[in-house]
Design a protein around this ligand. Structure first.
Ligand code: GLC
Length: 441
């Protein structure tokens, strides 16, 4: 925010664009749980079901009328998250459908008015805090239920001309004020909130962006209420936000701003494609694949926010539990290669099918072997730079051959003779992704 005063450009007193949250914990903790939960868990066929199937409010009401997650036990969710090695969680306080998990005084479209009859958010926040996780809220900028949210290209009634015609009577400024009211509730009623995930902007003729959301007012309010909070980058305010949010893809390298400066980033990923509970989706990722995504992200200086879509009864489905337990089994012995870690020191390129992570505080380098090779792993650039190496899962020594020794038969080219190599057991160690912990000099 700049204004011209007698020909010179001076800064206004509060420059919200300069204000940043405290991301130190975030880049250290690396791994969080996303939770998408709302009425769409009942449809069980994607959280965008209302839009995808162009369901009108009257028909969607059937879910609200019958919502009763009687088996909901947030302590169980929090325990599963902690045991998987997750250090923070981000829950959809409100998703695009507009339904609120807390007892907001600005709407009747909330869990307390369903047959379940209780606030879902407060006990969740408490349970996750008690398990030592930090707290994040996802808040949808879209709202398919609010009367002042004009029908646009992302609205379930997009193709309904009668609904479109009513837009002239809808006042998106009232909706923007509603959002500020709700965000104030979320940031004042639940103690310290570590992270806020706004979703999302689609500016343009038939879309909405910072002008409709009144994003500047919104972000100022957020920074005022919780100065350390981390905010994502989806408010349509270039340069504003503490982290970048690649969704359902893994970046090929560390992420940077337009000038090439590294930025904080977090990939958000699903187990099976849909964010909300999807009964019939069969494209579930395997435990080693999910671990590979976490490791890959950390090797590129990024976080992973891995999503669970709880069922309409209030539980994590068996496939989600299986994945979380599998991840936890690995994390119990390997989290040292994740927490506090980032990319390898300069000049170290990982061998094929491997990823390096590095903890600068302990000066340990972690070689993750995603596909088990035969006999040796050649590690160019490592010669003379470390003093000891061991497997992380059992602390057993991993011996190595000095340059020249590994290609002892002398059949390789001279190039190989310059590389040191770790000597591996023929059989892959009994762990999803074996890791060699390398103590650097
Ligand atoms: C998208 C979708 C949404 C999901 C989000 C998570 O923007 O609209 O359903 O919540 O991604 O990143």
């Amino acid at each position: 925010m700049k204004k011209k005063v007698s020909g010179k450009t001076v800064k206004k007193s509060i420059d919200y664009k300069q204000m940043k949250g405290d991301s130190r914990w975030f880049v250290r903790d690396r791994f969080g749980m996303f939770i998408h939960w709302g009425l769409y868990a009942m449809a069980a066929r994607h959280e965008w079901v209302k839009k995808r199937e162009q369901i009108c409010d009257a028909d969607y009401e059937v879910y609200f009328k019958h919502f009763d997650p009687d088996l909901y036990d947030p302590r169980e969710w929090a325990r599963l998250a902690r045991k998987a090695g997750m250090k923070y969680f981000v829950v959809t306080a409100k998703h695009h459908e507009g339904f609120c998990l807390w007892n907001s005084k600005y709407t009747g479209y909330k869990s307390t008015k369903t047959p379940y009859g209780k606030d879902l958010l407060a006990p969740m926040v408490k349970a996750f805090r008690e398990e030592g996780l930090r707290v994040g809220f996802y808040y949808s900028l879209l709202d398919w239920h609010h009367p002042d949210f004009t029908v646009d290209s992302c609205h379930p009634m997009q193709h309904n001309q009668a609904e479109r015609a009513k837009n002239s009577k809808r006042d998106v400024r009232k909706y923007a004020a509603y959002m500020r009211n709700q965000v104030r509730e979320l940031l004042t009623g639940f103690g310290q909130i570590d992270l806020l995930w706004f979703d999302f902007s689609y500016p343009g003729e038939d879309g909405k962006g910072h002008l409709e959301w009144e994003s500047e007012k919104l972000i100022k309010l957020v920074r005022k209420l919780q100065p350390d909070i981390l905010v994502d980058n989806r408010l349509d305010l270039p340069g504003v936000g503490d982290f970048i949010t690649p969704e359902q893809w893994q970046p090929p390298a560390g992420m940077t701003d337009e000038k090439g400066k590294p930025v904080v980033w977090e990939a958000c990923q699903t187990f099976s494609g849909s964010w909300g509970y999807h009964r019939d989706e069969m494209t579930w990722k395997s435990v080693p694949q999910l671990l590979g995504m976490l490791i890959d992200g950390v090797s590129k200086d990024g976080n992973l926010l891995l999503n669970v879509g709880p069922t309409a009864r209030g539980e994590f489905d068996y496939r989600a539990r299986e994945r979380l337990e599998g991840i936890g089994e690995w994390m119990r012995r390997h989290s040292r290669s994740i927490y506090g870690c980032g990319p390898a020191p300069d000049g170290l390129e990982p061998p094929p099918d491997c990823r390096y992570t590095y903890n600068p505080a302990t000066r340990r380098l972690y070689l993750h072997v995603l596909a088990w090779p035969f006999g040796t792993i050649y590690c160019p650039g490592l010669e003379g730079r470390f003093e000891y190496a061991q497997f992380l899962h059992d602390g057993s020594e991993v011996r190595f051959s000095a340059p020249g020794e590994a290609a002892w038969a002398g059949l390789g080219s001279d190039k190989f003779k310059k590389m040191m190599a770790f000597n591996l057991p023929v059989v892959k160690p009994h762990t999803e992704v074996p890791v060699i912990e390398i103590f650097m000099k």
